[in-house]
Design a protein around this ligand. Structure first.
Ligand SMILES: [Zn+2]
Length: 246
């Protein structure tokens, strides 16, 4: 679907709001709220959503200029990817494709499973992802892999749907190669597979920082919603980092 068609599909005229603001990727812009829904907030210039704007501000504030940095992002298209390609020294981009070998290239896109990345140890300064890790059967493996590929001093910034409950609730698990549902299955929309949802393995709670520390990160924190994303639609961003080498 073209960007215009996407915007038109989201639009509810009575809920339409516009505000002059800023985008972490393209600077001064017009921000649109096409409906009363976080998915319907867009930067008019680059099309960034509330999730991308929130992550973008976290990168600007917590990492700063990306010039000279090697960045890994767990997607291969969209406004965040365009920004990373433009600003970072290198941007290693990938998608998860079922059945593809880690590192295999399909249709010009590198395939990676975050539980078994094919990247070398300590080769990135920044890893990012949006709305990926709740769909991964073993987030412990994924967090350990993301820590492995980060250099000392490196930073992981990502978003997942994050609730207010203290503990993460597991919704499903992989058991002997099959999905076992522990709660009624929940699926999220996937832009790569229109009409087909992807299974959500868990509902994260505030203990996500403990899960990151258990995977070996030296520091983990939940960054508050950024007021530069208007209408209260900013998302919390999760930060985890490796201590710099002594
Ligand atoms: Zn923008």
């Amino acid at each position: 679907m073209s960007r215009l068609a996407q915007l038109r599909a989201l639009l509810r005229w009575r809920e339409l709001r516009a505000r002059i603001g800023a985008c972490p990727f393209c600077g001064p812009t017009l921000l649109l709220r096409l409906a009363r829904d976080e998915l319907a907030l867009r930067c008019l210039r680059c099309g960034a959503s509330a999730v991308h704007l929130s992550l973008g501000w976290a990168i600007r504030d917590r990492v700063g200029a990306l010039r000279g940095l090697d960045v890994c992002e767990l997607s291969a298209r969209g406004p965040l990817v365009a920004f990373l390609r433009r600003e970072a020294a290198t941007a290693s981009l990938s998608e998860y494709v079922e059945g593809a070998a880690p590192g295999e290239v399909r249709g010009g896109v590198r395939c990676e499973d975050v539980q078994h990345l094919s990247y070398a140890d300590a080769c990135f300064d920044l890893c990012t992802s949006t709305e990926v890790l709740e769909h991964v059967p073993s987030d412990a493996d994924a967090f350990a892999e993301l820590r492995r590929v980060l250099r000392p001093g490196g930073v992981l910034l990502f978003t997942v749907p994050l609730g207010e409950q203290p503990s993460t609730r597991e919704r499903a698990r992989l058991w002997e190669g099959r999905v076992e549902h522990l709660r009624p299955p929940a699926y999220h929309g996937d832009p790569l597979r229109p009409g087909v949802g992807i299974l959500c393995y868990r509902d994260y709670g505030r203990d996500i920082v403990d899960r990151l520390r258990a995977a070996g990160f030296d520091r983990a924190a939940i960054l508050p919603r950024d007021p530069r994303v208007p209408w209260g639609l900013g998302r919390e961003v999760i930060l985890a980092s490796r201590a710099p080498s002594p």
